[in-house]
Every structure is written in C-alpha cells, then in structure tokens.
Design a protein around this ligand. Structure first.
Ligand SMILES: Nc1nc(=O)c2c([nH]1)NC[C@@H]1CN(c3ccc(C(=O)N[C@@H](CCC(=O)O)C(=O)O)cc3)C=[N+]21
Length: 292
C-alpha cells in the first residue's frame, strides 16, 4: 500500500506556480488575482476561503474576498457577479458554495463570465468539458487527475468506479476519466444513491473515486485487492480534541487501506490539490489560455 501524498504534490506544484508568478512580477506586470464571493458564515466555507487566500499569498498571487450576510438578495448577489465579470483587476473568481436556500445557485453560476469561471461550474465550461474542448476543469476533479498522473498510475483500459454524481465532483471526474487522454481511457461506472448492488460494482473497480458525502461509507469488504482509492469526502466529526473535531473522508481508511495499492488520505489528499488546481486555473485565466 502506498499513500498518495497530496500535501507533497501540492507543495511541488505551488513552487512551480510561484516561479511563474515571480516572472510576471519581475517583468513589472500585475500578478494574477483570484476573488471569492462568500455569503453567510458557514464555518467550513470560512476555512476553505482562508486556505485559498493563504495559498494565493504563498505563490505570489493577490486575492480578495467579497463578504455578504446570508440575507443578501439574489438580485444583489447577481450585481456583485456582474461587477467582478467586468473588473479588469480580477482575472478569475468563485462563488463559494453552498449558497443560502433563497438564492438560486444555478442562476448565479450562469451569470459568471465563462472566461473568469475558474471553478469551471458555468454551463459553457461544463459543456466544453463534455465535448473535449479547452475549458476550465472543476478544481477537485482536476486535482484527482493530477495526483494519478504524478504517481504514474496506469488508467488506460481500467475500470474506474465513481461514487456520487454531483456537478462538482462525480459528473466531471467521470468525464475526465473516460476521455481519450492520459490519465483517462477508463471504462467508467457512475454510481449513486439509486444504484442497486453497489458493493458488487465497487468490488470490480481498479480505481475507486468516492464522492458521496457519507463518512466511512466505503469499507474493506467493498473493494478488491490492489484497488487505487481516491477519497474526496471531507467530514468534520466532533470529538474531545482541542479543535473539537477531526476530519475524515468517505472511505473507512482502516479497513480499505490494507487492500489498496494506492490510497489518498483525508486530510492531506485530494483537498489540498483542489486549492492548487484553483491556482492553476487562475493562472490560465491570467494568460487567457482558454478564452482569448
Ligand atoms: N465554489 C466553490 N468552489 C469550491 O472549490 C468549493 C466550494 N465552493 N465549496 C466547498 C468545497 C470544498 N472545498 C475544499 C477546499 C480545500 C480543502 C482542503 O484544503 N482540505 C484539506 C484540509 C481539510 C480541513 O482541515 O478542513 C485536506 O483535505 O487536507 C477541502 C475542500 C472547496 N470547495
């Protein structure tokens, strides 16, 4: 069993990004700027936003957070999006999810200029991804593929089983794993809450990507010997520690790790790559690589 070290890979890639940012600054150009819109004060969202800001600072990007109370109207939020769409200082931005229930997240996402949509959530970017055209790839799926690539994990002809069909992870990662590319060329099975005989399918997985949002859902009896396991789940479990909680994934690491050839830990796996992929997308936005 080999642990996939998301922290190490994330640090390596951040050093490369920092070199590129330094070149930009040396040439007396303004560095890439990533903005985030944060509505409400969900503690998990606060944590993610703080780590995005920290990552931007670490590589030499600038960043900003547009904070609004949970009571902001949909119309007001759409106007913030319009402002960032046209603000030339902002190269890319994200709207932190989830949004309060009175706001239609799809409507907000559709309002984002696809050229600044570094989350890759806009229908134009999703459609271009499905067609195999250049697009912003959502950060978590992009991070997963980067990890497989960096570890030289063979994917061609393999059976990749994806658990979860969300727009943010399950659906785009299944597109990436089936496309004609390296990593890619997998036979993909996309499973979800209505799938029958789930364990029968997961036991056929050469590569198992768990993004279902249930702590410890995947157990040792559900995987075959030698499986590559990617755990996308992040759950805060309350405990008696100093922090008051610990982080765990969708995979029961204790029973699954001994049967795996490779496995991503939580924390320290996919989550850190998510942030790095967002930085890479911001650099692409800065360089107008996708939309010129
Ligand atoms: N518009 C939008 N875009 C997102 O990309 C987005 C979002 N909304 N909403 C929430 C999810 C979640 N997300 C994570 C980012 C970093 C870690 C991360 O750094 N995790 C570390 C630390 C975990 C911790 O301490 O909480 C780890 O896994 O090792 C995790 C999860 C981005 N998301």
């Amino acid at each position: 069993m080999e642990l996939i070290d998301g922290k190490k890979i994330a640090e390596e890639i951040k050093r490369e990004i920092a070199r590129k940012a330094a070149e930009i600054i040396d040439a007396e150009q303004t560095p890439p700027h990533l903005a985030a819109i944060l509505v409400g004060n969900d503690p998990a969202s606060e944590t993610y936003i703080a780590s995005k800001e920290k990552a931007c600072r670490a590589v030499g990007f600038t960043s900003s957070v547009y904070r609004y109370p949970a009571e902001i109207s949909e119309q007001q939020l759409l106007e913030v999006v319009d402002f960032l769409n046209t603000d030339e200082e902002v190269h890319g931005f994200i709207v932190q999810l989830p949004l309060p229930r009175h706001i239609d997240a799809n409507k907000v996402i559709e309002r984002i200029n696809p050229a600044k949509d570094v989350d890759g959530f806009h229908p134009v970017n999703v459609g271009r991804l499905a067609l195999g055209l250049p697009s912003y790839v959502p950060a978590t799926p992009a991070g997963i593929v980067l990890l497989l690539e960096k570890y030289g994990i063979e994917t061609e002809g393999k059976h990749c089983v994806v658990l979860g069909r969300s727009n943010i992870v399950g659906t785009p990662v299944s597109l990436l794993m089936s496309r004609k590319a390296v990593p890619g060329n997998c036979t993909v099975t996309l499973c979800h809450s209505k799938t029958t005989n789930l364990a029968e399918i997961t036991r056929q997985a050469d590569i198992l990507i768990a993004a279902i949002g249930q702590p410890g859902f995947v157990t040792g009896d559900m995987v075959k010997e030698g499986v590559v396991v990617v755990d996308v789940g992040i759950h805060r479990i309350e405990d008696n520690s100093e922090k008051g909680y610990h982080i765990t994934g969708d995979v029961d690491f204790k029973s699954v790790a001994p049967k795996s050839s490779y496995i991503t830990p939580v924390p320290g796996g996919v989550g850190l790559m998510t942030i790095v992929s967002l930085l890479l997308n911001t650099l692409k936005a800065y360089n107008r690589e996708i939309y010129s």
